[in-house]
Design a protein around this ligand. Structure first.
Ligand code: FMN
Length: 344
């Protein structure tokens, strides 16, 4: 089987996994604005997948569409058996690789023994990685942080992972304790890269943290030409075109928002139809629960910011209860703006 990590261009870009953000809908939005070289899913819990109750939800999170390819499934947990079970299923779901989250600082995730808690349980981390790898032909990678509490923990922690020769290693240049509250430690890149090359020369090394856009990727690549790839997360909030050189104008951002709404409706309809069929009521989608609307509001600021009247427009959109209402608000605002232009 081909190893996707060897097919990417040197200095490749990756969209960071972001829970509640980089779902199948938003990835299509980014693909339209300008895609990275590689997508990651939000993370999926291995024990949810292993349970009868959680499996359907886990599979929904792992839904992919053609514009996602190539895409890596990110998974988390602490049960090695469950890692093996989910890893074994991913190849048939359309993924090019699987990544294990060993960096999430969320206290619920850490209390469950996953994410950054693995930095404190290196033997278990290695066991999970090995079990996942034995269960699949897909390349297995890891995303982690410098350490749990202290920055220099990376000197002991990263070699533990590198001894396992992961296909790729993404290092978020902060500790768990630092969350995202301090600037990423870019100055450590040469040292970390040296460690990676010494312990596992074939592992692709990706850095993450405070990288905003393609211009910054170019700057960092110029400074650190040996680095294999760069991962951007919150940069998409400031500019969904951040994987391109394009500076979008306001109408393009509003068009992208309309596309997001359209994808939301499609996914909502698909989900309702699926649930209606599963429950045997002849496909009556009206009675079935679809996608929750309120989480969609988190995205509004991405498309509506930085122009006169943006916050007023956003406030109106936040009061909406469905996509049809959002479209109406947008229509009203656009015609008002056009009339104002005519009067000048
Ligand atoms: C809302 C949100 C959700 C996140 N969810 C995940 C996740 O599911 N898996 C993961 O490895 N990291 C997750 N992260 C961390 C990001 O992938 C990334 O490491 C972090 O935001 C730093 O990169 P940035 O400065 O480019 O945003 C999340 C971050 C945010 C802001």
């Amino acid at each position: 089987m081909n190893n996707i990590w060897n097919e990417l261009p040197h200095g490749f870009t990756v969209l960071a996994p972001m829970e509640g953000v980089t779902d199948v809908i938003f990835r299509q939005v980014i693909a339209r604005a300008g895609r990275p070289d590689l997508f990651f899913t939000e993370f999926t819990n291995v024990s949810s997948f292993a349970s009868e109750k959680g499996r359907e939800n886990a599979l929904e999170r792992l839904a992919v569409v053609p514009t996602d390819a190539p895409i890596i499934a990110q998974i988390w947990g602490k049960n090695p058996e469950h890692f093996a079970e989910l890893a074994g299923a991913l190849e048939d779901l359309g993924f090019s690789g699987l990544d294990i989250n060993m960096g999430c600082p969320d206290r619920h995730v850490n209390a469950a023994g996953g994410g950054a808690a693995m930095i404190r349980t290196p033997d278990l981390a290695v066991e999970c990685l090995r079990r996942a790898r034995e269960a699949t032909n897909l390349p297995v990678s890891v995303k982690t942080r410098l350490g749990y509490t202290e920055v220099n923990e990376y000197r002991d922690w990263l070699p533990v992972l590198l001894e396992e020769k992961p296909a790729a290693l993404t290092v978020h240049l902060r500790t768990r304790k630092e969350m995202s509250k301090v600037p990423a430690h870019f100055s450590l890149i040469p040292d970390i890269l040296g460690l990676c090359r010494a312990f596992s020369p074939q592992t692709k090394v990706i850095f993450n943290g405070d990288i905003k856009d393609l211009a910054m990727v170019r700057e960092l690549s110029g400074k650190y030409p040996q680095v294999d790839g760069w991962m951007i997360g919150r940069g998409v909030f400031e500019n969904p075109y951040c994987f391109t050189e394009h500076e979008p104008i306001q109408t393009e951002l509003l068009d992208l928002l309309r596309y997001h709404l359209e994808l939301f409706d499609l996914e909502d309809g698909r989900l309702k139809a699926k649930r209606a069929m599963a429950l045997g009521d002849g496909g009556d989608t009206k009675v079935r629960r679809g996608l929750a609307f309120d989480p969609l509001k988190h995205y509004f600021k991405i498309y509506v910011h930085g122009f006169p009247g943006a916050s007023e427009l956003r406030a109106k959109m936040m009061e909406c209860k469905n996509t049809a209402e959002v479209r109406e608000v947008l229509k009203g605002w656009v015609s008002m703006a056009q009339n104002a232009c005519k009067m000048v």
